[in-house]
Design a protein around this ligand. Sequence first.
Ligand code: ATP
Length: 243
Amino acid sequence: MTDPVLSTHALVARYGDFQALYGVDFQIAEAEAVALIGANGAGKSTFLRAIMGLLPVAPDMVRLAGQPIGGTPTDRMVQKGIAIVPEGRRLFTGMSVEDNLRVAVDQAERLGRKGGWSLARLQQLFPILRDKARTPVQSLSGGQQQMVSIGRALLCQPRVLLCDEISLGLAPKVIREIYAALPEIRAQGTSVVLVEQDVGLAQSASDRLYCMLEGRVTLTGASGAVTREDIGRAYFGGSHAMV
Ligand SMILES: Nc1ncnc2c1ncn2[C@@H]1O[C@H](COP(=O)(O)OP(=O)(O)OP(=O)(O)O)[C@@H](O)[C@H]1O
């Protein structure tokens, strides 16, 4: 693998007395897509939150292009080139699609981030963002809202895009539409971390995957090379196989 753009090193994270991550080592290269799978409560969202500076972690535990950035406030993470599509989307309700996106344009300008994503380019990627530009986001379907959320993150011109369960609750057709955007995002040089509950989807959409169980990485490998049995064991622990 080429030098990682983002890496974690013995990353630990706690919620008060509860330890949620136990020394996670992770790497992603430029333009790579890496999936993070694991059962509910395995620590996937916590891992993304810890990277984003939403939980206290030591500087050396998260590195961007080799530079320690762990624990940097979230706004500064965005400034450095890490953006998140959060679980639940967290759009600004009461505002139109375009106004939601403009908030991200303004944020990127304020933070001095430059890159290839513009409103026009996003509207090509997801035409619904043009067709519904004036529509309040709360009137959109879940899939359309997810496109706004992804668009908002891309307008921050990220080097690394963290996606937290972007397929959750969506119809298969919409999921396909959203995942079909990944090659273009990666063609921009952006690395994509996909937290994904759907193991088959995670495997097909990524170059490599990590499986987590109870705050630890239990499997890592090329997505096309790991077997269902490998994943079953890593997912549940012990000798379970996926059926
Ligand atoms: N705010 C919090 N306070 C205390 N414990 C938390 C908090 N958020 C998560 N946890 C705990 O941390 C562990 C990891 O949760 P996390 O949400 O990261 O898992 P996950 O793999 O993303 O699962 P899911 O798919 O359900 O989101 C779980 O045991 C969870 O109960």
